[in-house]
Design a protein around this ligand. Structure first.
Ligand SMILES: Cc1cc2nc3c(=O)[nH]c(=O)nc-3n(C[C@H](O)[C@H](O)[C@H](O)COP(=O)(O)O)c2cc1C
Length: 199
């Protein structure tokens, strides 16, 4: 891939956007966080942050609780927007796409790659627990840990979504010049059209 990080990528010779997205994400020390905007039942936007789990050749994957508000939104309207900000080097990736449920076999695999803390959390953390005092919440977590010393299976409510983008905008800051974006829009035949835009 030519110059994936620079500010002078030629739109006519632009790399595949999913490859470029993977290059920008790299292999971070800590899980990357992205904002996820969904559409409510009455058509309003709603946003929160989630962990970016993986970027494949076609989709960006995240996980959540099937009982959550965002999961309810996605059942009705799969349209989402994602945004990731990197302060250093100064970059932003904004994605518009549609979220489809991740198949169970992939979910089982993904769950096995979570930290033990996140696995335990996915079992115990619900609204009923959240309503209890902090000390009790910690006790519940510790008691679950103690009762389940071995590997944990995926709870049925731990689900995932694969966001297939139809637009990706790569924004680059430039300390000594104007910021700019390289924006990709998916053509009906699946190929990408790249345009250089002001930042
Ligand atoms: C850094 C960070 C990472 C988070 N990662 C996730 C995640 O991967 N999945 C998730 O469901 N919620 C995650 N959350 C919690 C969500 O932001 C949100 O509070 C929760 O999922 C409920 O959202 P909802 O009511 O809009 O569905 C994370 C929060 C923060 C601050």
């Amino acid at each position: 891939m030519s110059n994936p990080f620079g500010t002078d990528v030629d739109p006519d010779a632009a790399p595949d956007p999913m490859t470029l997205a993977r290059a920008w994400v790299g292999e971070p020390d800590r899980p990357l966080v992205m904002s996820l905007t969904t559409v409510t039942e009455d058509g309003a936007p709603d946003a929160r942050h989630v962990h970016l789990f993986a970027i494949g050749t076609e989709a960006i994957r995240f996980h959540t609780d099937a009982r959550s508000r965002k999961a309810v939104h996605l059942q009705v309207d799969p349209r989402v927007a994602l945004a990731i900000f990197w302060p250093e080097p100064l970059r932003q990736l904004v994605v518009a796409g549609r979220a489809a449920p991740v198949p169970a076999a992939t979910l089982d695999d993904d769950f096995g790659r979570l930290s033990r803390y996140l696995q335990v959390l996915s079992w115990v953390n619900d609204d009923a627990l959240a309503a209890r005092p902090a000390g009790e919440r910690r006790e519940v977590l510790a008691a679950f840990e103690a009762a389940h010393p071995g590997p944990l299976a995926r709870p049925e409510w731990w689900v995932g979504y694969a966001v297939r983008p139809h637009r990706l905008s790569f924004w680059r800051g430039d300390d000594t010049g104007p910021s700019n974006r390289l924006e990709y829009v998916r053509n009906p035949d699946g190929t990408w059209r790249a345009t250089r835009l002001a930042g």
